[in-house]
Design a protein around this ligand. Structure first.
Ligand SMILES: *[C@@H]1O[C@H](CO)[C@@H](O)[C@H](O)[C@H]1NC(C)=O
Ligand SMILES: *[C@@H]1O[C@H](CO)[C@@H](O)[C@H](O)[C@H]1NC(C)=O
Ligand SMILES: *[C@@H]1O[C@H](CO)[C@@H](O)[C@H](O)[C@H]1NC(C)=O
Ligand SMILES: *[C@@H]1O[C@H](CO)[C@@H](O)[C@H](O)[C@H]1NC(C)=O
Ligand SMILES: *[C@@H]1O[C@H](CO)[C@@H](O)[C@H](O)[C@H]1NC(C)=O
Ligand SMILES: *[C@@H]1O[C@H](CO)[C@@H](O)[C@H](O)[C@H]1NC(C)=O
Ligand SMILES: *[C@@H]1O[C@H](CO)[C@@H](O)[C@H](O)[C@H]1NC(C)=O
Ligand SMILES: *[C@@H]1O[C@H](CO)[C@@H](O)[C@H](O)[C@H]1NC(C)=O
Ligand SMILES: *[C@@H]1O[C@H](CO)[C@@H](O)[C@H](O)[C@H]1NC(C)=O
Ligand SMILES: *[C@@H]1O[C@H](CO)[C@@H](O)[C@H](O)[C@H]1NC(C)=O
Ligand SMILES: *[C@@H]1O[C@H](CO)[C@@H](O)[C@H](O)[C@H]1NC(C)=O
Ligand SMILES: *[C@@H]1O[C@H](CO)[C@@H](O)[C@H](O)[C@H]1NC(C)=O
Length: 645
């Protein structure tokens, strides 16, 4: 398919110069290395073996047995696996036909499946040790219990912590501003008038299937149906002609122009959100020194609606929209779990499989350089080491951006030699940056997509924790995540996660999302940053009430000030102190102790969504405190199991 590629190159050329790499050809070549077998005898033989080793054992043992069988085939005849395994999966009822294909069929640029990654994983996994247990817990529906996290460490990579490293520098009295925007999840298939009350994962597209996921209460006076609405080159809103969706009686709740709570963001909502940042800044004579984007440009559609072209086009659209509006403001980014093809994957650099992902490194290296966000040296670094890169900003702060797929529970490559504390080399990269910065008295922000307690693997979360503990509070001035779509934070405590004020080490900021999926209002924030120390002095949150765009005749959303983190919880906190982990500890104590504060937190988390949970109801909001006060997966799991026991 040549056409979409040309279209995509044209889009980029509109902003910067045309790029020369054929990203799709690069991916196609890498995925082509696994040739599917046509040897029916061999295919039948593997299906038979999988059946045999699954019969008489426990679920856990059967899962481990299959990994051992798979490993042998991966070495002897890998092309049989993506043909036989889906067949076995369907016959044995190990998943829906859809999930059997998605998990085990061969990946191509036209067919989004994870079978090729599964084969790669099998070549190196140890089915009989920690790897196998981990896989069967996280990637095979808890077939095995969670194995005990190995007590390994990377502490040999840093010098001892000195007395001065236990003290954070004192903020000065001048600040600058930084934009934090996250999780666009642009839905390129969004269609005004399509079903928003569907039973599939994602509504508002022509392929959204089923009826009745419980749409936002549909009223006959919904009237925001403008199919051709868009922002033009001057960023002026052009509404176009009214589109009479009511002609179509088969749709129960037609999708309105700016988006819906069951749907990912139409591009017009992404544009509106970035416009609102620029308008707000102009009106208030505010400058942003730089912006952070913490990942996820691609939508949540079922995987069968995803292919290489759509992945590429979504990544390009999101970054292009940022560039076209933010102009000279540099945007430092990280890719999210969705920003990969196939979904969720990233390979280590040293094992022979990373060529499946170089197209993405190349794209980012080209685009970010072209947009003037990173220089040539950093661009070359990004091209070869996408697991992380660092920039020294003009103001003197160092930003380290990491790829959280390295610790993502759905990344197949994270399941081999999983007792290795640094299989991807990402943590030693981070540690080197921190050791270097510490020696220079420079402060550092870390940005990545996934908060480890949400979808991270246990060991990497422990290593991440240990690194932050070592370099706080002297060197690490901020940690920033996206992914949850909720306005949240995670506190790190010393003393085996004993949640006292003395034990606070640091905390991470988790940004809200632009996409309304699932049940949230679109939102963004900016930080007020101390010029001397790069500590965060305040964060200001903005949102749009999406439901009010359903019946406003297709007019633009009103973007509103929501709250500031310094004032939002009524905490008495010195004006001269940053909003550090101790501040958030005080907030978390209120949330623990009072249903009113839990409700307030949930209101902010979802930006006063019509779907905000009612915390006064039994069982609602009960994990909030554990979420906000845990950083390691094991700590979170222990905390939650105490809540439920
Ligand atoms: C097909 O597979 C079977 C079983 O693995 C093997 O014995 C046979 O040689 C293969 N046939 C060909 C043509 O490769
Ligand atoms: C499973 O157990 C049954 C009954 O003990 C036995 O007859 C059968 O051979 C076993 N099958 C396998 C594959 O071990
Ligand atoms: C983990 O290892 C360290 C260093 O060897 C040791 O001090 C610590 O007690 C161990 N922790 C556990 C829970 O075994
Ligand atoms: C800010 O701090 C500097 C140096 O400590 C001091 O000279 C100045 O007066 C302060 N400015 C304000 C507005 O407080
Ligand atoms: C959504 O669809 C279900 C099933 O058709 C229907 O019962 C319900 O009324 C619909 N909801 C809305 C808001 O249209
Ligand atoms: C969003 O903005 C980009 C960049 O200005 C533009 O190319 C695109 O057409 C816009 N899309 C919509 C739907 O507004
Ligand atoms: C009405 O919507 C259905 C999808 O539910 C679609 O198949 C059909 O083409 C639509 N009809 C018209 C006239 O747009
Ligand atoms: C490019 O950026 C990197 C990281 O911020 C910096 O270390 C390097 O000095 C810059 N190179 C040039 C030529 O400006
Ligand atoms: C597995 O990890 C260990 C460190 O835990 C390392 O020494 C070893 O080389 C790794 N094995 C492979 C195959 O990479
Ligand atoms: C840490 O807490 C966990 C869970 O409460 C407990 O199992 C473990 O023994 C504790 N470890 C230490 C070193 O206190
Ligand atoms: C946060 O700031 C306060 C006031 O400056 C200080 O007492 C506290 O130790 C700091 N907490 C952390 C975790 O750095
Ligand atoms: C939108 O939702 C909010 C929160 O539930 C509610 O207060 C408001 O009345 C709703 N507006 C419309 C137009 O439905």
């Amino acid at each position: 398919m040549i056409l979409p590629q040309i279209f995509i190159l044209g889009v980029i050329a509109a902003v910067g110069k045309a790029l020369n790499v054929d990203y799709k050809a690069e991916a196609d070549k890498a995925f082509g290395e696994l040739v599917p077998s046509t040897n029916q005898t061999a295919i039948n033989q593997l299906v038979h073996e999988l059946r045999e080793v699954s019969i008489n054992d426990s679920r856990c043992q059967a899962c481990l047995n299959r990994l051992a069988v798979g490993k042998r085939w991966a070495h002897e005849n890998p092309g049989v696996i993506p043909v036989a395994w889906p067949q076995w999966c369907v016959e044995y009822n190990a998943g829906s036909p859809d999930s059997c294909t998605r998990n085990f069929a061969r990946t191509t640029v036209d067919k989004n499946a994870e079978g090729s990654n599964f084969v790669d994983m099998l070549t190196l996994i140890d089915p009989h040790g920690y790897d196998g247990q981990l896989y069967c817990q996280y990637l095979e529906e808890s077939s095995c219990p969670k194995p005990t996290t190995p007590n390994v460490s990377l502490s040999h990579l840093w010098p001892p912590k000195q007395a001065k490293h236990y003290v954070a520098p004192e903020p000065g009295n001048e600040t600058f501003n930084v934009l934090h925007i996250s999780d666009f999840h642009v839905e390129l298939d969004y269609t005004v008038g399509a079903e928003s009350n569907c039973s599939a994962t994602m509504c508002c597209t022509p392929h959204s299937q089923g009826k009745g996921g419980g749409g936002y209460l549909y009223k006959n006076h919904w009237n925001s149906f403008y199919k051709d609405a868009h922002y033009d080159k001057e960023f002026t809103y052009v509404k176009g002609a009214y589109y009479d969706v009511f002609q179509n009686s088969s749709i129960s709740a037609p999708a309105p122009v700016f988006g819906h709570y069951r749907c990912d963001a139409p591009e017009i909502l992404v544009n509106s959100s970035i416009n609102s940042v620029v308008d707000y800044a102009k009106k208030n004579k505010l400058n942003f020194e730089f912006a952070m984007f913490t990942g996820d440009l691609i939508d949540h559609d079922e995987q069968r609606w995803m292919d290489f072209d759509k992945s590429l086009a979504s990544e390009e659209a999101g970054f292009r929209d940022l560039k076209s509006r933010l102009g000279d403001i540099p945007v430092y980014s990280t890719l999210g779990n969705h920003d990969s093809y196939p979904y969720g994957e990233i390979a280590q650099e040293g094992y022979g499989f990373s060529n499946k992902y170089t197209w993405n490194n190349d794209l980012m290296a080209d685009m970010w350089k072209d947009f003037g966000w990173i220089n040539e040296t950093t661009s070359q670094f990004v091209r070869t080491h996408y697991t992380g890169f660092a920039v020294d900003t003009k103001v003197g702060l160092r930003i380290v951006s990491l790829n959280s797929n390295c610790y993502y529970r759905k990344n197949h490559y994270a399941f081999w030699n999983a007792t290795d504390p640094d299989g991807f080399g990402m943590w030693s990269f981070l540690i080197n940056e921190l050791v270097d910065a510490e020696a220079k008295g420079q402060r550092v922000w870390i940005m990545t997509h996934i908060p480890p307690i949400v979808d991270g693997l246990p060991l990497p979360s422990k290593i991440f924790y240990e690194i932050i503990e070592r370099f706080s509070p002297y060197t690490i001035a901020g940690v920033f995540f996206g992914h949850t779509h909720l306005d949240q934070f995670n506190i790190l405590y010393a003393g085996n996660n004993t949640k006292t004020i003395e034990n606070v080490i640091n905390h991470a900021w988790i940004s809200q999302a632009v996409t309304p999926w699932f049940n949230n209002n679109p939102s963004w924030r900016y930080y007020e940053i101390d010029k001397d120390t790069f500590s965060v002095m305040n964060a200001y949150n903005y949102y749009a009430k999406l439901n009010e765009t359903f019946d406003n005749h297709g007019n633009e959303p009103h973007w509103l000030y929501e709250y500031s983190c310094r004032d939002g919880y009524g905490i008495h906190w010195p004006k001269t102190s940053p909003l550090n982990g101790t501040y958030w500890h005080l907030v978390s104590e209120k949330i623990k102790d009072s249903v009113q504060y839990r409700q307030l937190y949930e209101n902010y988390a979802t930006r006063f969504s019509p779907y905000v949970p009612d915390c006064s109801q039994e069982g609602k909001c009960e994990n909030d405190y554990c979420t906000l006060t845990s950083f390691q997966v094991d700590d979170y799991d222990n905390c939650v199991s105490r809540v439920h026991s």
